[in-house]
Design a protein around this ligand. Sequence first.
Ligand code: DGP
Length: 113
Amino acid sequence: MTDCIFCKIAAGEIPSDKIYEDDKVVAFRDIHPQAPVHFLVVPKEHIKSAADITPVNSDIVAHCFEVIAKLAVQKKLENGFRVINNCGENAGQTVPHIHFHVLAGKPLGETLV
Ligand code: DGP
């Protein structure tokens, strides 16, 4: 999608602090980190949100979680991490391109979930 910031980051048109890339997914550090470790795992395909996952594109979600598991080993997150997906306005989704936040590096508290 032409004016989507995460499509542009995925295509390398906007710089980011990338920590992983393959043919389907990129991962890069969040510009406003909320934990010592905070990166985003983002499919290259433009899917607006978790509400747009269907049997046709759900393989990409599985792949995102494979990448998260791989990065958790690479980043030595053996003490645990939290994966968050904000879907839609009430959840506070600000970038309308599906992405998974991975937060770690400190106890993350017990609020919300
Ligand atoms: P969400 O609220 O779930 O839509 O989170 C969007 C996140 O994306 C937010 O934590 C900040 C991050 N973000 C927004 N624009 C950029 C950007 O241009 N570069 C990077 N690295 N992160 C961004």
